[in-house]
Each structure stands twice: as C-alpha cells, then as structure tokens.
Design a binder for this molecule. Sequence first.
Ligand code: G3H
Ligand code: 13P
Ligand code: ZN
Length: 325
Amino acid sequence: MAVSFKDLGLVNTREMFEKAMKEGYAVPAFNFNNMEQLQAIIMACVEVKSPVILQISKGARQYANQTMLRYMAQGAVEMAREMGSKIPIALHLDHGDSYDLCVSCIENGFSSVMIDGSHLPYDENVALTKKVVEYAHRYDVTVEGELGVLAGIEDNVSAESSHYTRPEEVQDFVSKTGVDSLAISIGTSHGAYKFKIKPGEQVPPLRFDILEECERRIPGFPIVLHGASSVLPEYVEMINRYGGKIENAAGVPEEQLRRAAKSAVCKINIDSDGRLVLTAVIRKYLAEHPSEFDPRKYLGPAREELKNMYANKCKNVLGSAGKAE
Ligand code: G3H
Ligand code: 13P
Ligand code: ZN
C-alpha cells in the first residue's frame, strides 16, 4: 500500500531551497546505509538546528534494502521529534536511474527523488526527467535532474566520458522538464580520489565560471553539487596510521564549498567524508583494543565523531546551522 511522505513527518525540498537561496546557504544532503550513520546525521542536525536531506543511493538500497531504509528514516524523524526538534527532514533518492525506481520510492514515502539521466543523450535526459517530474508532482514530491557528467564513478556507472555542464542547455532543460533543482558538473567527482594530483600539489579550483553562467541563465533556481566531500586529511592520516592504505586522496577544499553555498547552490552532497570518519575511528579503536569484540564499543565512538564532523559541516562550511529555528 502506498504511503505519502507527508504521513511520515517528512518534507519535500521546495521550501528548504527557497529559504537557502534567499539566505545564502546550502542544505546538507548526507547519505546513509546503516543506523549509526543515520543517528549521527540526525543528532548533528538537531544539535545545530539545520534542515537536512537524508539520501539513499542505489548501493545503499542493495546493501540495506529500500524498505528497511525507509522505516529507518521514519524512525529518525520520530527520534528528532522526541528530542523536541522541528528541523525539516527530507528523504531523497540519490542518483535514481529509472522511472520505475522513482515511482517505487515515491510510493514508499520518499519526499524527493533524483532522476539521473546525465549520461543519456540530451533529448533522452529531457524526456525521462519530464516523465518523472509529471508523476512526482502529482504527489508533491520534488525532483532533482542532472546536466553534465561528473568524472569517476556515478553509482556504479563508470563515467569515463565526463564533461562539464553546458550552461547554454540549462534554461531549456529546466523549462522543458519542470525539475525543482539541477545538479551540475563543475569539476567535482564522487569518492575519495577526486583529483589526480601528486603529494604536495594543490587541487584545481572548481569551475565557478560555469556555475555563475548557469546562475545567470536560470536566476533563483536551486543548483545541486554532487561529489562535495573534502576528504579531510586528518581522517585519511588516521586510517593510514592504523593499517589502512589510502594514497593520493583529495577532495574539494571546504573554502570552495563555503563559496558555493553562498551562491545558488542550495544542496551539497556529502558521503565519502562520513565513510572516512567511520573507518578511521574504527581502525584506531580496534588497533588500540585488540581484544574487544563488542561492535557497540567501536561503532559508538565512530558515530560520535561522525556527528561532530556533520555538525561542523553545517556550522562552518554549508552555513545551514541555525536555519531550522
Ligand atoms: O553518489 C554516490 C554516493 O556516494 C553513493 O555511493 O552507491 O556506493 O552508495 P554508493
Ligand atoms: P562524495 O563522494 O564526494 O561524498 O559525493 C557524494 C554524492 O555526490 C552523493 O550523491
Ligand atoms: Zn552524487
């Protein structure tokens, strides 16, 4: 039986983005696959009073099951309310790859979906996105589309032919499809290896010129940044110190994300940074406590560190802290 996101205490992204656009910040979109990640996201956003978008990827659905994840999100909303918080929470399908999947998520209580047709020829991307929008809007669910292909891996789809968003297409795409937000490609990519650089080299700056040209062509329209983890060196170092091997990893400097958040970028996607925090703390704990085998002993501190990292993103990078008061 279909369930509406409204019955689950969730919101779509429309008002979230209107406020973010007006006040010059970005709403965090954090991915989750398990209970500890979800708890950390909710605890952080409640603590700093930030709106939040909970994201579920294809990989997450395969790992944890879509129904399980939806009920977990429902539980998270109730947990936030029990904590006395009224922060807006959206449940979003990350990188939806088909119309049927978007329909299934909408029927299962998602308040927002991404239909990622970025790898398709332009006209096919328009047609697929428009079809999803027509269905989603019947249920007041918001839709994110994408133009331009990020380098690296887009949810198991190898994006070998990455290319920046072409600003001359954005106005036509937005008006033909009716999407509520648009992900663009300005030099970010997914994962922990975003830039091919040698140790000591600076990462190249994002293409803010493309972002500005997009903003000029679709003024006031919410833009989304994928692949926005910063790959924080302290956690990479911690992983390597305690037996891991993560070499030449590099992310988007937080300074550049701060700049993006003040522009029309209203949603910033972060997944890898959370993965690195969890792995670093768990590696350290197990190395220092070799006889421990209760998962709560290492997942607990990992969750706490993750919460602090998310809270810091909201306060000092995205500017979303205090925006849900
Ligand atoms: O867009 C990529 C996200 O980080 C999700 O990745 O498919 O491994 O869960 P995943
Ligand atoms: P990161 O891999 O940079 O965290 O990007 C996540 C993302 O874009 C999810 O859609
Ligand atoms: Zn993404």
